[in-house]
Design a protein around this ligand. Sequence first.
Ligand code: FAD
Length: 388
Amino acid sequence: MVVIVGAGPVGLMVALELTRRGTKPVVLETLATPNRLPKANGIVGRAVPMLHERGLYEPLTGKKQPRPAPRFMYGGFPLDLRRLADNPVHLLPVPQRRLEAVLAQHAEAAGVEIRHAHTVNGITQTPDTVTVDVEGPTGPYTMRATHLVGADGAHSSVRKAVGITFDGTSADDVVTRSGHLVLPPRDLTRVTGRLRGPGGPYRPYLFHCTPKGVFSFARFSGAGPHLVTTLEWGQEVDDTVPMTVGELRDSLTRVLGRPVLAAAPPPAEGPHVLRRGTSRQNRIASTYRAGRILLAGDAAHVVAGFGGPLLNLGLLDAIDLAARITTDDVDGYDQARRPHADNVLAAAKEQEALLRPGQETDQRRKEFAAYLATETGLRRVANTIAGG
Ligand SMILES: Cc1cc2nc3c(=O)[nH]c(=O)nc-3n(C[C@H](O)[C@H](O)[C@H](O)COP(=O)(O)OP(=O)(O)OC[C@H]3O[C@@H](n4cnc5c(N)ncnc54)[C@H](O)[C@@H]3O)c2cc1C
């Protein structure tokens, strides 16, 4: 039997893929009920057509078939992907909660047992078996598995239990703030919804650099509030002070260069995002495999990316890993999947260098704009976004 720790999108995708290949796993999830906090707003990349091949695109979107995205962004540049005959970039705009609900529904319909309120708190293995200690609602018990998949997120207890280190860096010189705000209609242009400001008006769904930092704003839920994100470098912040809507509004005002009288959205329409991050984590597990224990998704890598690359990366890990477990080929998993995490990390660093305010960035952006104007440049960036 295969045991999967974590019923997030990646654990559920591993479960579905295993089932498709004739192996029914058990999924253990510590939460009693699904997490309601908003996380991802969509999937970007090659995972989208792969979900379609598995009959999951229509239940997620209500649309028959994914089409390549005509536009996307990279490093604050709008990309016209229609210039590429074989555009590989696909988008699937879906809130993570809904993605998890649809994956769980399909997994259960296929016979996967998802045990909620079951926490893994110990793991040992021999060359033949993994023994898993679980705390369930009625007390502790033990399971034996041929393989154990740690899809238990960035703070993975599976990774820690087997002593796999999470190597990388945390950038502490940038403060990221993100939250839902109701932007005053007079601050937005009427037809295209651009945000007025010095150097603007600014388009939604793009990162914009100004002399003071970076901001983006986008509406992911119809007529609801905008999700506003700001990045500011070289700020001292007291992390013990809770984040407020006022703090986000002040940050947007500083970065945009003019006051924005944005308000908090009605609490009843929430839960809403409101968070501050004082370190951007870029970490990849030192190995994705320890014997019969394998890591996938955020348990294997976290990247402070731009444009939402992590679900794509994690879902593609899941598809590869399930195929390897069912064909007894887990040896090659790390080697196959690590380069993709390395690419996502390299793209995050490249984009940060294109966004960080400063004179060097101005020159770098000029050169990058010329590169993107070439077909080679645009294709390379599109392939980076699509991932693999
Ligand atoms: C605010 C925010 C916005 C984001 N936006 C995007 C975006 O737009 N696009 C994108 O691609 N990515 C985005 N991400 C990243 C994306 O949410 C993650 O990459 C994704 O959740 C990873 O899925 P996962 O299944 O690997 O891990 P998780 O979603 O973290 O799931 C892990 C699961 O394991 C469970 N678990 C943990 N420990 C145990 C244990 N010991 N026993 C049993 N269960 C356990 C947890 O409860 C959890 O349900 C965003 C993240 C955040 C926080």
